[in-house]
Design a protein around this ligand. Structure first.
Ligand code: MTE
Ligand code: CO
Length: 423
C-alpha cells in the first residue's frame, strides 16, 4: 500500500476489519470474531491431521457434498408428470455466466432419450440438390466453431403474467442456460446439400417421440445456427440432446431441437404440427401474435433473492444478476433499490457479447432497511427492458410466452426476500 492511499477514504477492506475490531454491527462473522479466539484459526483441524482422498476416487468429478442444494428443481404442480415437463436452473446459486451442464434446466415433451453416436443419423432433404445423410463421424469432419449462447425457453417467467407467483429466481427465471457450444454451422451442411432457389425455410425435427418439429426461416439457418455436439468442452448431456442438438442463437428455446435427426428445406413454413402453432402469444383482445421467435432483452437479480437471502448485517452487500438479449449484446444494466424510482448503473463483469448471458454487479452499501430490488437491461439495439405495467399495456395478461418484464424482489430488514409486484 502506498503512503498516499492512507489519506484516502476508508477502503472496503478497512471497513470490514474495522467493523470486526470495534464490534460495530455485531452480526455474523464480525461478532463471532470479536467474542474470542476462533478455533478454526487457532487449532489444528481434523482434515489437516490425515491424508485426503487419492486421485481417481471419482473418475468423473461431482460437486462436493456441501453444494448439494445447487441443483435443478421441478415445480410439481406445473405439469402432470415429469416426462413432458420442465425443471429450472439454480441461477440464484451460480456466479459468472457459464451454466454447468449438470444443473442446466431441462425441457422435454416426451422425455430425454438415449441415442448413441453409432446410431446417430442426420438427414437433410427437401428442396436440395443432393439429399444427404450424415453420421456423427461425418459431422466431426466439417470445420468447427466455438460460440457462447444463452438458451431461454419461451415460457420462462410465464407464470408471472397475472401476478407475482413463484418465490425464487430459479423458478421465475431459471428456464435459461448459457453454454459454450462446439459444432458445425448449419450453413456449411446446407451448402453441402445445395439449397434450391425455391427453398425459403428449414423444418427441423428431433429423434424423440415428440420430434418437436419447428420451421426456421432459411435466412436464420444460414446465419448463426449451429449443429452442436459439445457444450462447455464436453459431450452434450443426454437431457440436452446427446449426441447432437441445434443451437439457434437468440431465438426461443423451443427451436433448439435436441437429438436432431432431420432438416427439411421447404418453400413455406410447416405449421400443421401442434408444436408450431402452440408457440403464439394471445393478446387482450383474443388475437394472437405469432412468429415471435426472438427473445427480447431481460435481466434478473439472482442474489439477494428469495432463495439467496442476505445473511449478514448492514454494510457491504454484493447485488448481482444476469442480463441477456436475443437481439444483440447487453450494453448496460441499471439496478434500483427503491422499486424503480431511482436507478444506479451496475458494473458489467465483462462487456456484453452477442446473444449470451452478461453478469452484473452492484457493490452496494446496505443500510439495513428494506429494499424493492430491480434490474433493468439495455441492449445494443437501444431497447430497454420494460416494467411489468408497460409490458401488460401492450400484451395484456393472457400470454404465457415471452414475459421479459422487470422483476421485483422485496428485501426485508431481516435479509429475507419475496417475489412481489410494484405498481
Ligand atoms: N427438442 C426435442 N427434440 N424435444 C423437446 O422436447 N424441447 C424444446 C427444445 N428442443 C425439446 C427440444 C424446448 S421447449 C426447449 S425450451 C429446449 O429444447 C430446452 O433445452 P434443454 O432441455 O437443453 O434446456
Ligand atoms: Co421451451
Amino acid at each position: 500500500m502506498s503512503e498516499n492511499s492512507k489519506d484516502k477514504a476508508p477502503s472496503r477492506r478497512q471497513f470490514l476489519s474495522g467493523a470486526a475490531a470495534v464490534g460495530v454491527g455485531a452480526i455474523g462473522a464480525g461478532a463471532a470474531r470479536a467474542a474470542g479466539p476462533d478455533p478454526l484459526i487457532t487449532q489444528v483441524q481434523e482434515w489437516a491431521q490425515a491424508t485426503g482422498e487419492g486421485v481417481d476416487a471419482t473418475p468423473y468429478g461431482l460437486p462436493i457434498q456441501f453444494e448439494k442444494d445447487v441443483v435443478r428443481r421441478n415445480v410439481e404442480w406445473l405439469t402432470a408428470d415429469t416426462i413432458s415437463s420442465i425443471n429450472f436452473t439454480p441461477i440464484h446459486a451460480l456466479d459468472g455466466t457459464i451454466t454447468p451442464q449438470g444443473c442446466a434446466f431441462e425441457r422435454h415433451h416426451s422425455g430425454a432419450i438415449e441415442l448413441s453416436k453409432p446410431d446417430y443419423r442426420l438427414m437433410i432433404n427437401g428442396l436440395v440438390d443432393t439429399p444427404l445423410v450424415f453420421t456423427y463421424e461425418d459431422l466431426e469432419r466439417f470445420p468447427r466453431e466455438n460460440r457462447v449462447y444463452f438458451c431461454e425457453c419461451a415460457a420462462n417467467t410465464g407464470m408471472e403474467w397475472a401476478g407475482a407467483q413463484l418465490n425464487g429466481a430459479q423458478f421465475t427465471h431459471g428456464m435459461i442456460h448459457n453454454m459454450e457450444y462446439s459444432g458445425v454451422p448449419l450453413r456449411t451442411l446446407l451448402e453441402e446439400v445445395g439449397v434450391k432457389p425455391e427453398g425459403k425455410w428449414v423444418y427441423v425435427e428431433g429423434a424423440d417421440a415428440s420430434s418437436n418439429g419447428r420451421s426456421i426461416p432459411l435466412e436464420k439457418a444460414m446465419d448463426d445456427v449451429l449443429v452442436a455436439f459439445k457444450a462447455n468442452g464436453e459431450a452434450l448431456r443426454k437431457e440436452h440432446g446427446y449426441p447432437v442438438r441445434l443451437v439457434v442463437p437468440g431465438w426461443e428455446g423451443n427451436m433448439w431441437v435436441k437429438w436432431l435427426r432431420r432438416v427439411e428445406v421447404t418453400a413455406m413454413a410447416i405449421e400443421s404440427r401442434e408444436e408450431t402453432s402452440k408457440y403464439t402469444d394471445t393478446l387482450e383482445d383474443g388475437t394472437s401474435r405469432k412468429w415471435t421467435w426472438v427473445m427480447d432483452a431481460k435481466s434478473v437479480v439472482t442474489s439477494p433473492s428469495p432463495q439467496a437471502p442476505i445473511t449478514h448485517g448492514p454494510g457491504p452487500l454484493v447485488i448481482t444478476g444476469l442480463a441477456w438479449s436475443g437481439r444483440g449484446s447487453i450494453t448496460g444494466v441499471d439496478v434500483s433499490v427503491d422499486g424503480g424510482k431511482n436507478w444506479i448503473p451496475a458494473r458489467l463483469a465483462a462487456p456484453g457479447t452477442d446473444k449470451a448471458l452478461t453478469r452484473f454487479y452492484l457493490d452496494h452499501n446496505w443500510d439495513g432497511s428494506e429494499m424493492l430490488l430491480q434490474a433493468r437491461a439495455k441492449d445494443s439495439t437501444g431497447y430497454v427492458q420494460p416494467s411489468k405495467a408497460q409490458l401488460r399495456d401492450v400484451r395484456g395478461e393472457n400470454s404465457i410466452y415471452h414475459n421479459n418484464c422487470i422483476q421485483t424482489w422485496w428485501i426485508k430488514e431481516t435479509g429475507e426476500a419475496e417475489n412481489v409486484e410494484v405498481s
